[in-house]
Design a protein around this ligand. Sequence first.
Ligand code: M6R
Length: 604
Amino acid sequence: MCGIVGVTGNDNAVKILVEGLQKLEYRGYDSAGIYVNDQKGNDYLVKTKGRISQLREKITPDVHGSTGIGHTRWATHGVVSVDNAHPHFSNDDRFYLVHNGVIDNFQEIKAQYLSDVPFKSQTDTEVVVQLIDKFAVEDHLDAKAAFLKALGLLEGSYAFLLMDREQPDTLFVAKNKSPLLIGVADGFNVVCSDAMAMLRETHDFLEIMDGEVVTVTPDTVHIQDAAGKTVERKPYHVDMNADETDKGTYPFYMLKEVDEQPNVMRKLAQTYLSEHGEPQIDDKLIKAMQAADRLYIVGAGTSYHAGLIGKRLFERLAHIPTEVHVSSELAYEQPMLSDKPFFIFLTQSGETADSREVLVNVNDAGYPSLTITNVQNSTLSREASYTLLLHAGPEIAVASTKAYTAQIALEAILAKALGEVNGQIIAQNFNVRQQLGLVATGMQAIVDEKATIEALANDYLMKSPKAFYIGRGIDHAVSLEAALKLKEISYVQAEGFASGELKHGTIALIEDGTPVIGFITQAKTAGLTRSNLQETMARGANTMTIARQGLAIEGDNLVLPDVDEMLMPLLSVVPAQLLAYYTSLNKGLDVDKPRNLAKSVTVE
Ligand code: M6R
């Protein structure tokens, strides 16, 4: 949450910062700001409420510089206002600071060290910049020493970029839990929360570890570890085309990302399966999983929902008991674990703070873990014992789509690999490569039906303040994801429900015209879900049925191609994504950046 950027040694600093912030807008978009310094005694601070487009409008032609920092905010402390927007600055105008994260003890610090300091904002960040200034002035410390002294007092999560008007070509950088990278460019250097922000400047990035403090000038990057020792580190190359982060001719990233799903399925099959369909997964990882007596899948939001499907895949194909946990719950309430647990972290971004908190506990306990993520070198990828990449390409819309289907497809490949070495006949007979090929073709057929799905969205969802998605088993798991998609981007109060459970209370909410959308993809429960749909219809519901071909009957609203039942979520979720998309679009909402949300949730 919150995106930060910095640059030093480039006369186009303003452009680099603003374009970088534009790429990071998915991380937060309630206010934004930049501070730039031209090294010749001129500096500028521009802040605004709202989006980066509004920041651009406020930047007048005279604003220029060669070193600067920028921020796009997702409010944690203090309302959305210009005063609370970053960069924050010390009362003597010497220090400027941007911050991603939350300082847990800022009130205590304020009371203990800064009781006589007037504050301009309600943020935790301003406390830090005033504290740095206090140490610099009162203890006669230079910027780095004052920064280090302040860092020593902080509890919480942070990625900081600090500038000192007395050393205007230098960026002082530190992080704890929140992501931050240094980009090494040709004759200048940049800093960013996500490599995506700076791909137009460089593809070579240096990781920063928690506890390190980095000093960045136009031609040097000096990393110092927590003990004060210099660290030598080589940059890694990010093999991503800057154009991949553009939305091209699409009106919104979400639609582009929905459309990309067939190719993501093919890419995963090519990456992780041989031509004959044999899984190509690191032997050590498979052995570590084989040694486990239980799998624990951990995730948040959509990733948690992908874990619910993964449970079925691991249990059926690999015959290993599997539990799925919401990360923010597991972080603070651990159930009784098995003797030999193995943890699987599902996270598109690889940065979700709730999931990371669980991983820290898992590492402390010495348990093996795997992160399945879309982002190379992300925090959860670096800190887990093993990583598998989703290869889905950047996912920028806040509503996760292709990451969900990629996570399920990769879980299927992994479950097949594990099942085979465990001697499970069902896994040996499961031709995952062929199935993913069928899934890709099926997804294409569904995304080609956009007009039909838009009409259904208009008929069923546009005018109702609430909606239900129902199903049983795997279909219930998909109904949870379908409801999340709808509520987060269209603000319809949607609930995913086990269809058999409705009559135990929730059916009381069904009124004339309430949309109830049923998924029917599993032979064993098809008849039961149809009966449950009938029960809601008898009470006035406006029912829609999404069924797979082999189970479809006349009157079903959408008929999905048949693939193996275990993989049907890969198809049934696609119309749900599009129903949410068109409901949001036709309500005139910002599909990619829904209210109150951010893409990468880096606070707990
Ligand atoms: O990056 P992650 O997969 O760890 O993110 C987890 C959730 O924040 C994310 O899936 C969220 O629920 C999406 N906005 C849902 O569309």
